[in-house]
Write a protein that binds this ligand. Structure first.
Ligand SMILES: Cc1cc2nc3c(=O)[nH]c(=O)nc-3n(C[C@H](O)[C@H](O)[C@H](O)COP(=O)(O)OP(=O)(O)OC[C@H]3O[C@@H](n4cnc5c(N)ncnc54)[C@H](O)[C@@H]3O)c2cc1C
Ligand SMILES: *[C@@H]1O[C@H](CO)[C@@H](O)[C@H](O)[C@H]1NC(C)=O
Length: 586
């Protein structure tokens, strides 16, 4: 119907309508699909996927059975059972939000242990300002429960659909250079983890980890799920406080100069960069006295329920612009999306209903994270999360890595050189709200951040067809290789395409200590897979060589067949970083 009544309109006004629908507040949404699907009521013969419905290499992952413990006691008996019969195990979560195949077993014989029903708050200690939760509790529940007691976790990811076990598993973070930095695991004071053991221990054992057993604790804070199942986590909180947020639009000409000071000046600073538009949006975001008036709310627009129809139209337009190589159309749409987001303050409101102007002041627990597309009243297919794989919607790659603050100016300038050479090349990234830049600091976790750094988030078109190249494929690939190889960027464990993890373990000075704890906790590697072994440098083969592999980030091209010569894409050196090898349209 929408198609019919929009016939005859100019493409631009047509798209504005779509963007308008996009930004409206719709409360009915279809909740995400369960990532685990089994073929019997006993939950046997299962498949597992992620929230995007696709892993980087498109494998379909299998398991013999999915188990759903509801208490630590049940969890212990399940781990004991698996350990006794030497079966491989993977811990999975309610939504499975990680992109790499961390939750995959090597074959169909292993077990999945889901934390879906390990979702209870165990204890809140208001005097100590701590909360103890089971590992399947989502960030949303954590924020809500803590705030009911006047407490908050100061720095968290911006999306609240993650579980505490999962976000620790991959070292997830928000943005700050202040205090202990922006990673949630650096605010964890105790972890209870269930691991396999010998027959004397009944084949499973609970370890209680805190500052007293430093080595094990530092390993378990970011574990990729290979040490065992985290049962409970205790976090240090703070009394609730208020923040004041202003988004400031500026030219990006001095961005490289600005990033360092900006991160030190504002506690919750982040930057959204639109390189083709030569624009950066600085998030000026600080604590204010609790008496300051304001009850602002942040409901990030891309995380709201989005009408399926709008998603389908946008995706169809994107597919069309890609196949006709219409860079101008992409740039036009990117600008429109950006302007709409800026005009609607990205989903900030001064009172929970409307945005009347900056600054937006409100309680921290209402401003840090959002994700209303997860909530639903009924199972309607009218709206959903934009990336829901059951509808025709967003389908993308995400490249996310952190570059040390000492190198970040050079990295930004390299991107700017590429934009100078190809001004339209990054419009595709701007269609997914540009490059999100967030601050992180050094962590005591062995697989956590190594130093103060700026994390870059790039989201871009992925075709449903693995052999179909992207417009300006080469420029995005070059940026990925510049960040990860020229500047030694650390890839986010829960995002990225395979090539980002090439040699990753060597970037962690304490990876040896991590592996020692892994050996001690799970000497048989029941919680490990080929993929986690590859990530940890124990096995070769993070990248996969085959026709078209570079298009999907499964490899760095070394010959033309890794691109797609039949579509005019050949393997060429980079334009700014000559060592890069990228699929270029000739
Ligand atoms: C829309 C969206 C927004 C995001 N925003 C951010 C952001 O702002 N910042 C950021 O850093 N990241 C962000 N991410 C990425 C996200 O942080 C990671 O992918 C995160 O790991 C996913 O958590 P999950 O609960 O879905 O865990 P999963 O992806 O299911 O699991 C992740 C890993 O943890 C392991 N694991 C899970 N639970 C346990 C447990 N109880 N014990 C032991 N191991 C366990 C799993 O085996 C797996 O290895 C975002 C992702 C999405 C989809
Ligand atoms: C099977 O899985 C569902 C979740 O999808 C769960 O609610 C149910 O308890 C499981 N059944 C058994 C027998 O474990």
């Amino acid at each position: 119907m929408l198609f019919l009544c929009l016939k005859g309109m100019s493409k631009k006004s047509f798209i504005s309508i779509i963007v308008l629908i996009f930004s409206s507040v719709i409360v009915l949404s279809t909740p995400p699909e369960d990532p685990i699907k089994c073929s019997s009521s006993q939950n046997t013969t299962c498949t597992i996927t992620n929230s995007y419905g696709m892993f980087p290499d498109r494998t379909i992952c299998q398991a013999s059975q999915a188990l759903y413990p509801t208490s630590e006691q049940e969890l212990i008996s399940m781990v004991a059972f698996a350990s006794k019969i030497k079966t491989k195990i993977k811990v999975t979560t309610r939504y499975s939000h990680s992109i790499p195949k961390l939750v995959c077993l090597d074959d169909s014989k292993g077990l999945l242990i889901s934390t879906k029903y390990l979702n209870k708050v165990v204890k809140i200690d208001v005097d100590e300002k701590t909360i103890t939760i089971e590992s399947g509790v989502t960030l949303k529940e954590l924020i809500n429960e803590a705030s009911k007691n006047g407490l908050v976790l100061p720095y968290t990811p911006y999306w609240y659909g993650l579980t505490i076990g999962g976000l620790m598993g991959t070292g997830a973070h928000g943005s700050t250079l202040w205090n202990k930095g922006s990673s949630v695991h650096d605010y964890v004071v105790e972890i209870r983890i269930v691991r396999p053991s010998n027959s004397e221990d009944g084949y499973a054992k609970v370890e209680i980890l805190n500052e007293q057993n430093n080595e094990d604790f530092n390993a378990a804070k970011v574990s990729l799920g290979v040490l065992g199942v985290i049962s409970q986590v205790t976090l240090k909180l703070e009394p609730v406080f208020k923040r004041s947020i202003t988004y400031l639009a500026k030219s990006d000409s001095d961005l490289g100069e600005q990033v360092l000071n900006f991160g030190h000046e504002h506690e919750f600073a982040d930057i959204t960069w639109y390189p083709s538009q030569r624009k950066a949006i600085y998030r000026v975001d600080d604590r204010v006295p609790i008496s300051t008036s304001g009850n602002g709310l942040y409901e990030f627009i891309p995380f709201r329920p989005t009408p399926s129809l709008a998603l389908a139209v946008i995706r169809t337009t994107e597919d069309l612009d890609e196949s006709t190589r219409d860079a101008d159309a992409k740039c036009g749409l990117a600008k429109l999306t950006t302007n709409t987001l800026i005009a609607s303050a990205y989903g900030l409101t001064n009172n929970g209903i409307i945005f009347t102007g900056y600054p937006v002041i409100g309680f921290h627990n209402r401003l840090q994270s959002s994700g209303s597309c997860l909530d639903s009243l009924q199972d309607l297919k009218i709206t959903a999360c934009a990336w829901d794989s059951r509808i025709k919607g967003e389908f993308f790659h995400q490249t996310t890595f952190r570059v040390s603050l000492t190198l970040v100016k050079n990295f930004i300038e390299d991107i700017q050189k590429l934009v100078q050479l190809e001004p339209k090349a990054l419009c595709g990234i701007e269609q997914y709200n540009g490059i999100l830049m967030r601050y992180v600091t050094a962590s005591s976790a062995y697989l956590g951040n190594q130093d103060e750094a700026l994390d870059f988030d790039f989201t871009y078109y992925r075709s449903k067809d693995p052999m179909t190249p992207r417009l300006y494929e080469d420029i995005i690939e070059e940026i990925e290789q510049i960040g990860i190889f020229k500047y030694g960027g650390l890839p986010h464990w829960g995002k990225n395409r395979n090539l980002a993890f090439e040699g990753v373990s060597k970037k962690y000075k304490n990876v040896g200590k991590f592996l020692k704890v892994k050996e001690k906790y799970d000497s048989q590697g029941l919680f490990s897979s080929t993929w986690t072994d590859q990530m940890l440098g124990l096995k070769e083969g993070v990248t996969i060589l085959k026709n078209g592999c570079a298009l999907e980030g499964l490899c760095i091209c070394s010959q033309d067949s890794h691109c797609n010569p039949s579509k005019g894409y050949f393997c060429k050196p980079g334009k700014v970083y000559k060592e890069a090898r990228v699929c270029s349209h000739v």
